[in-house]
Ligand binder design. Structure first.
Ligand code: GLU
Length: 554
């Protein structure tokens, strides 16, 4: 009579390594007390999801702040969902947000560290070693059930109003004798390998999650598939072997995995592997027609990180927004520590939201606006240039043609105590400032420009002509504004709105109307950055040229 060891040898004749060998090959890491080993384990399915950036950011943050290790593992065992080349592009996109692994998968050609390979498809010998062990101790078995057999099983469970799945008395292949299993394998019957659970769904398991706290979960009793017919392991099994042999201390992952945690706990305990700590992170949600749901990659633009990159949200704005989701005390810390780098914030599990976080794009914009406003013009110029190079060719060409000119434009009402907060993203800038560039300015059609309808053209002409004739570039802002007041008075406009309001009949308008005329003449619009600065940046010659050009069109 054959035994489990014979069965294990039949299924894996070439596996000679043992779990002990693996324990030696991947020893416990020699790290200082408290150092956390965390990971991000994406599947190469094509694009970086906002939720994945969030989990990877949190995971890398914990490793960084504890002087630990953050690694990336590519979970590519679901060949149907895989998009070739997308693993490396994920790593690239993460890099943009400073999520840079200390070790792990970098690209299909490159990896870092001693705990690899970091690509699941290259780790067959590890999985097979562990599965062989499980078979040899009677805790895994070949299952020959066909798709039809499983469908029949489901029907039977539905009819009996029982929990669906492959477990207990429904697990038909679980009790096949070793001899029978060997015979069927030798006959060439197709099979997969299942874990033999000893659990009971009437029992509960107590568990402490770093984020969710103490939980009581239903014990696993499913004989889950651990090796598929294509010879690749399933997520439940593979990630666990990897987290163990890569010596992960903290598994930080989306809370959608919480429901399958009892499977993972039973596997850890069966294998005698020490359980890592778990922190199940909130999933990013959205309210759609009054209903909360997960951000969907099919329906929501903001589900793809690439959307934020294209739009030109600064990475620090986006990261800080994700930090506000990560820890409820982040915003307060930020207010008190405006001068610090956000990496100085101490992230903690107990300040993490328990429920799914609602994604709020207006908040991303607000935070970005705040942070961008305090950037030095030169630094912001570099950021904008890098963005425009990839996403806005026209803008990029303008910047590089005269960088100092662009920096002076960016510097309008910046680098002061209360800077102006008008840009939430790089793509906001060009539409606001493009009029500075002559070729853009020359496309303005003054016949369609909306002047204040209460002003007649003769007045506008007179005011503009007078300004061009008396222009003085040496004045400071206050003096300049006084000169505009004088200009107003010379042409019958009140130099103060209050005065005009009290006695509208006596004036053609007020100083604001006069400024607007100038603003329109120089920029083609009623709203522009600070007019004094616009005049200074354009310079006397251009100001006069633009005024003359405007007068001609009247
Ligand atoms: N490959 C899994 C995913 O992409 C990883 C889950 C985990 O972090 O364990 O969702």
């Amino acid at each position: 009579m054959a035994n489990y060891i014979d069965l294990a040898n039949l299924i894996f004749p070439n596996i000679t390594t043992t779990i002990e060998d693996l324990e030696k090959r991947y020893p416990k890491r020699d790290l200082p007390e408290g150092a956390m080993v965390t990971r991000f384990a994406p599947s190469p399915t094509g694009f970086l999801h906002t939720g994945s950036l969030f989990t990877s950011l949190v995971s890398s943050y914990y490793a960084k702040q504890s002087n630990g290790v953050f690694y990336i593992r590519l979970e590519d065992t679901d060949t149907k969902r895989e998009i070739a080349g997308s693993g490396a592009s994920l790593v690239e996109q993460l890099k943009v947000f400073d999520v840079i692994p200390n070790e792990g998968y970098i690209s299909d050609e490159e990896e870092l560290g001693n705990y690899g390979p970091y690509k699941q498809s290259e780790r067959a010998h590890l999985y097979n070693t562990v599965i062989k062990h499980l078979i040899s101790v009677g805790r895994a078995y070949p299952c020959f059930c066909s798709v039809d057999d499983l469908a029949e099983l489901r029907k039977e469970q539905e009819a009996n109003k029982e929990i669906p799945g492959y477990y207990g008395k429904y697990a038909r292949c679980r009790d096949l004798s070793v001899d029978e299993a060997i015979e069927r394998i030798n006959n060439g019957d197709p099979y997969i390998i299942r874990f033999k659970s000893m659990g009971d769904h009437n029992n509960k398991v107590e568990f402490h999650d770093e984020v969710k706290g103490d939980l009581t979960l239903t014990e696993n009793d499913q004989d889950i598939i651990i090796l598929k017919s294509d010879g690749l392991p399933t997520y439940h099994f593979a990630h666990l072997v990897d987290d163990h042999f890569m010596r992960t201390t903290h598994v930080t992952r989306g809370e959608e995995w919480l429901s399958s945690l009892p499977i993972h706990l039973e596997l850890f305990d069966t294998l005698g592997f020490e359980r890592p700590k778990y922190g199940h992170l909130p999933v990013i949600m959205k309210v759609d027609e009054g209903v909360r749901r997960k951000l969907s990659k099919r329906k929501d633009l903001e589900a793809a990180v690439s959307y934020f990159l294209e739009q030109g949200y600064p990475k620090y704005g986006f990261i800080e927004y994700l930090l506000t989701i990560a820890n409820s005390n982040y915003e307060q810390w930020r207010e008190q520590n405006l001068d610090k780098d956000f990496y100085e914030f101490k992230m903690s599990f107990d300040k993490m939201g328990i429920d799914g976080a609602l994604f709020d794009i207006a908040k991303v914009a607000n935070i970005s606006k705040e942070r961008m406003a305090y950037k030095k013009a030169k630094d912001l110029c570099e950021e904008v240039k890098t963005w425009a190079k990839q996403y806005h060719e026209e803008f990029y060409n303008k910047i590089v043609a005269d960088e100092d000119f662009f920096v002076s434009i960016l510097n309008i009402e910046r680098e002061k105590e209360k800077p102006r907060k008008d840009y939430a993203k790089y793509s906001d800038i060009y539409p606001i400032i493009s009029f500075f560039y002559d070729d853009v300015y020359s496309t303005i059609d003054y016949s369609t420009v909306e002047w204040n309808p209460t002003m007649n053209k003769e007045n506008i002409k007179a005011v503009l002509e007078d300004y061009a004739n008396t222009i003085n570039m040496e004045l400071n802002e206050e003096e300049w504004f006084n000169s505009i007041k004088e200009l107003s008075v010379r042409h019958g406009f009140a130099d103060n709105i209050k005065v005009w309001k009290k006695d509208k009949e006596s004036y053609k308008g007020h100083v604001g109307d006069v400024s607007e005329m100038l603003r329109i003449a120089l920029s083609g619009r009623k709203n522009s950055p600070n007019l004094y600065c616009v005049i200074q940046i354009l310079g006397k010659e251009k100001v006069i040229e633009r005024i003359n050009n405007t007068i001609k069109s009247l």
